[in-house]
Design a protein around this ligand. Structure first.
Ligand code: CAA
Length: 379
């Protein structure tokens, strides 16, 4: 066992911290208020190698490990959880899947651009009737000569309207159920690819969440990922890694809540003392710090297992389940510590509370994480 980070990992963490402070912090509240996508910042994240962190250098990525990725997502999300999810989806759900299962043509044409941050990706699995029940895909793809023709609707798609390419799961043979689903790379602007509805959300309001519809949308057959029938395995395997990214995002929100609370409780006085001197406050801060450290260790363990090539799905589910719970609890406690100031927009903890909730929902609800964990321990 070794709890020390490498010099590279520490350098990545510091670069992410500095970037978040300088490039994200000044506009995070305004972008949240205006529901504005951080286009410039995402471009800079690409230049820093943050959009394809674990992709090999020969495919345009930074060639880093998952531990570095966790450190970077935490630092970014500590300041701006919207930027955290934009980054996590591109890295974990899009780049990882393409590097692992994509063809040479797909890697050359799409992965290199996505990993370098010159293109942005989205992942379209969820549908109105396929959320937790992900295998119940209604979107269809029928073969027509050199093309597949897609029809259907996807919803809650992060990066959906800003993405240059979307990985779309669709049934190529509905009679085969989960074994009849396939994955397609669909370019923005393809005829029949329609951005249907932008969602107005409780939190992560600066990230882009939309419904997409496919109406006789023609996709070249070269854009099928791996083979027909591989779509559900592709999606669930990819989500195993995605859950490490969301766990790290949750960790960032929790750490941001703690740091804001530490600062405020040293500055705010009541009854003639800084409130940090009261044991009631100290116990809250101590509990937050302990829970956050436990969440961090779960995230890093899942990341390390992935880096070592060991099975990591249940560990990722545990990390996401626990870190998301800690994010919500820490943000809630931070609002309480700030009192009335915690309830108004001027103090960031109000945003942290709104942002935290989604980490218990997307990339598999907490209930689904428990299903994954229970299956692994009952095996
Ligand atoms: N890796 C690879 N394959 C897997 C897998 C994994 N982790 N988990 C299951 N599979 C395989 C199974 O082996 C099975 O294949 P076989 O029949 O060949 O053995 C197939 O996938 C179907 O699996 P199950 O029979 O276990 O399916 P199920 O319906 O019982 O349950 C589930 C699966 C765990 C509930 C799954 O549907 C699930 O994780 N649901 C949640 C979906 C989710 O996380 N959605 C997030 C949307 S994306 C998002 O949020 C992104 C964003 O914008 C931020």
């Amino acid at each position: 066992m070794n709890f020390e980070f490498t010099e590279t990992q520490l350098m990545i963490k510091e670069t992410a911290r500095k970037f978040a402070e300088e490039e994200l912090a000044p506009s995070a509240d305004e972008r949240d208020e205006q529901e504005k996508f951080p286009a410039e910042a995402v471009k800079k994240m690409g230049e820093l190698g943050f959009m394809g962190m674990m992709v090999s250098e020969r495919h345009g990525g930074a060639g880093l490990d998952t531990v570095s990725y966790v450190l970077a997502v935490e630092e970014i999300s500590k300041v701006d959880a919207s930027a955290g999810v934009i980054m996590s989806v591109n890295n974990s759900l899009v780049c990882w899947g393409l590097e692992t299962y994509g063809s040479d043509y797909q890697k050359e044409k799409y992965l290199k651009e996505l990993a370098a941050g010159r293109m942005l990706g989205a992942f379209a699995l969820s549908e109105p009737e396929a959320g937790s029940d992900a295998t119940n895909q209604r979107t269809t793809a029928r073969r027509d000569g050199e093309y597949y023709v897609l029809n259907g609707t996807k919803n809650f798609i992060t990066n959906g309207s800003t993405a240059d390419v979307v990985l779309v799961m669709a049934a190529t043979d509905r009679s085969k159920g989960a074994k009849g689903v396939s994955t397609f790379i669909v370019e923005k602007g393809s005829p029949g690819f329609v951005v249907a509805k932008k969602e107005k959300k409780l939190g992560i309001r600066s990230s882009d969440t939309v419904s997409l519809s496919f109406e006789e949308c023609r996709v070249p057959k070269e854009n099928l990922v791996k083979e027909e029938g591989f779509g559900i395995k592709f999606a669930l395997k990819t989500l195993d890694g995605g859950r490490i990214g969301i766990a790290a995002q949750a960790l960032g929100i929790a750490q941001g809540s703690l740091e804001a609370s530490l600062k405020y409780s040293k500055e705010r006085t009541a009854f003639g003392h800084p409130i940090a001197e009261f044991q009631a406050l100290q116990f809250k801060l101590a509990d937050m710090a302990t829970n956050i450290e436990a969440a961090r260790l779960l995230c890093l363990k899942a990341a390390l297992l992935k880096d070592q090539g060991q099975p990591f799905g249940p560990a990722a589910a545990m990390a996401k389940l626990y870190a998301s719970k800690v994010a919500v609890a820490s943000a809630l406690e931070a609002v309480q510590i700030h009192g009335g100031y915690g309830y108004i927009r001027e103090y960031k903890v109000e945003r942290f509370l709104r942002d935290s909730k989604i980490t218990e929902i997307y990339e598999g609800t907490s209930e689904i994480q428990r299903v994954v964990i229970a299956r692994s321990i009952l095996d």
